[in-house]
Design a protein around this ligand. Structure first.
Ligand code: ATP
Length: 140
């Protein structure tokens, strides 16, 4: 089994997608091992998205991710990292609506930035991101 970090971003929470996304998660065989409803501050977002710090969209990304509460979750199942990425679909919801119409971002996302959810992009990222938010033992 494997773990990944999922985030329901501010647009997902304020758009009332939290319950349906959690239902989708459970229906696809993930176990929600940890969850926390939090308000991120600027420093925490900058540190979480450090790899994007030089991108032109970074200031806007920081503003968006601090604009309201988020739900962070640790999901567990076999192949959790790749399976959650597949379930959420492409980064851009407008493209997702065409190519992956049943994906979470196609259903809940608004645009390239306000794309409703996050998923770790590799097992290494998942470990970093989970320990960024949660202090937990490897056995959980
Ligand atoms: P995430 O890391 O959130 O799962 P991702 O891996 O699909 O998303 P990244 O390229 O890592 O996408 O970008 C991180 C986040 O930054 C995106 O999810 C989106 O919210 C925002 N973003 C990415 N590219 C753009 C862009 N060109 N303009 C505005 N926002 C963007």
């Amino acid at each position: 089994t494997e773990r990944t970090l999922a985030i329901i971003k501010p647009d997902g929470v304020t758009g009332n997608h939290t319950n349906s996304v959690k239902e989708t998660i459970i229906n696809h065989g993930f176990r929600i091992k940890e969850e926390s409803f939090i308000q991120l501050d600027e420093d925490r977002v900058k540190s979480f998205y450090a790899e994007h710090s030089s991108r032109s969209f970074f200031p806007s990304l920081v503003e968006y991710m601090t604009s309201g509460p988020v739900l962070i979750m640790v999901l567990e199942k076999g192949n959790a990292v790749a399976d959650w990425r597949a379930l959420i679909g492409p980064t851009d919801p407008l493209k997702a609506k065409v190519t992956h119409p049943h994906s979470v971002r196609a259903i809940c996302g608004l645009n390239l930035q306000k794309n409703c959810v996050h998923g770790s992009d590799s097992p290494q990222s998942a470990r970093r991101e989970i320990s960024f938010f949660f202090k937990m033992t490897s056995s959980g």
